[in-house]
Design a protein around this ligand. Structure first.
Ligand SMILES: *Cc1c(COP(=O)(O)O)cnc(C)c1O
Length: 388
């Protein structure tokens, strides 16, 4: 069953993804099941998307209720879920105005456009090791050459500086810098890199001095992933613009750009699907679950527990365990593909970023015993690697 589907995928889909050989058909909480009935503890969670767990009944019900009533009209009209969700996002993010879109990269596009429009300036400063998406604008502020080079020319006026070095940003700033764009915690090419405690605050101050905007890309770090609503909440930093998506809709595609003190004018940006009632209903239900089930606190506690257990593993090739809440990276000095394969064969899904960092981003509803099971199995797989 799996192999015939996989063959068909090869025939009909662009081979842009490096996929694990599993066809997943069901999910519940932190567990998914494949077509052959095998179960897996899911430490990928759709890449930090399924924060409330797979198919959370309240999110399923919210989507079904809305689907029966109204799925889509157009932003030519007002709809209740969109307005209600905007108010909710403003409340939890401390931002003032929201633009809805459908993905992370679109949220970044909106942010770049807004920053240029509102500042009247052209240039951006981004960090080495950054990831902001795959469309041409967001790709321009992404650092990885392999992602960018085949698609040049991208937008001009982008400088890259080392992450965690506020002085480097100060030096690069000029009268034409529209904004600095950063992930509060670098999640992709950076391999889960945490900011130094004062870094983001210092960048904020530099931006104020030089009248440039600060854009924080919270696409992966939002909605409780790090133990707060947003990673910025750990660091006492007050951005002008944030980009959000992944965990927002509980598995349903939706993204947004939220800003404070700046605005688009009528007609300057738009999206057909952005903020459609169905997506907004999913996001409203998902946020409601995060609140009711205290998932922020849970993410923080379970994250600490998980990291403590990971840190108790003692292997020469285990270089570092780092993270915040349930956004955890385990850096190893061996190729991590083998570890990913070994874990999958033992019923656990993880993935690997930048060749040698294993990423653990399970649903925030993951239970202690499931974390125990993950770490026990990781230990066994590490032992296997150690023997060869
Ligand atoms: C995933 C991600 C994006 C891109 O989001 P898409 O929905 O895949 O377009 C942008 N920035 C960060 C930090 C991300 O993790």
């Amino acid at each position: 069953m799996q192999s015939s589907l996989i063959e068909k995928e090869k025939k009909f889909l662009f081979q842009v993804y490096k996929r694990q050989p599993v066809v997943i058909v069901e999910g519940r909480g932190a567990v998914v099941k494949d077509v052959d009935g095998n179960e897996y503890i899911d430490c990928v969670a759709g890449i930090a998307v399924n924060n409330v767990g797979h198919c959370h009944p309240e999110v399923v019900e919210g989507i079904c209720r809305q689907a029966r009533r109204l799925m889509h009209v157009s932003n030519l009209y007002y709809t209740e879920p969109q307005i209600e969700l905007a108010e909710k996002i403003a409340e939890i993010s401390g931002m003032e105005k929201i633009f809805f879109c459908n993905s992370g990269t679109e949220a970044v596009e909106a942010a770049l456009k807004l920053a240029r429009r509102a500042s009247g300036k052209k240039n951006f400063i981004a960090a080495e090791g950054s990831f902001h998406g795959r469309t041409l604008g967001s790709l321009s502020v992404t650092s990885k050459k392999e992602y960018k080079d085949p698609f040049k020319p991208l937008i001009s006026g982008i400088s890259f500086v080392p992450f965690n070095d506020a002085d480097a940003i100060r030096k690069k700033m000029d009268g034409d810098t529209a904004a600095v764009i950063l992930e509060p915690i670098q999640v992709e090419s950076g391999g889960i890199r945490l900011p130094k405690s004062e870094y983001l605050k210092e960048v904020r101050e530099i931006c104020e001095e030089k009248e440039a905007f600060l854009i924080l890309d919270e696409v992966q770090t939002g909605f409780g992933r790090t133990g707060r609503w947003f990673a910025k909440d750990h660091y006492d930093v007050d951005p002008d613009i944030i980009c959000i998506a992944k965990g927002m809709g509980g598995g349903f595609p939706i993204g947004a750009m939220a800003a404070k003190g700046i605005s688009f004018e009528r007609g300057e940006h738009a999206s057909t699907f952005g903020g459609n009632p169905l997506a907004c209903a999913a996001a409203l239900s998902s946020i409601s679950v995060i609140e009711k089930e205290n998932l922020l606190e849970r993410s923080e506690k379970m994250g600490e527990y998980f990291m403590k257990k990971l840190n108790s593993l003692n292997f020469d090739f285990l270089r570092e365990v780092r993270g915040k809440g349930l956004l955890i990276g385990v850096e190893v000095s061996v190729q991590c593909d083998r570890i990913v394969d070994g874990m999958r064969k033992r019923g656990i899904l993880i993935n690997c970023i930048s060749e040698n960092v294993l990423r653990f981003v399970p649903p925030l509803v993951i239970e202690r015993r499931q974390i125990d099971e993950v770490v026990e199995n990781l230990k066994i797989v590490f032992e296997e690697v150690n023997q060869t």
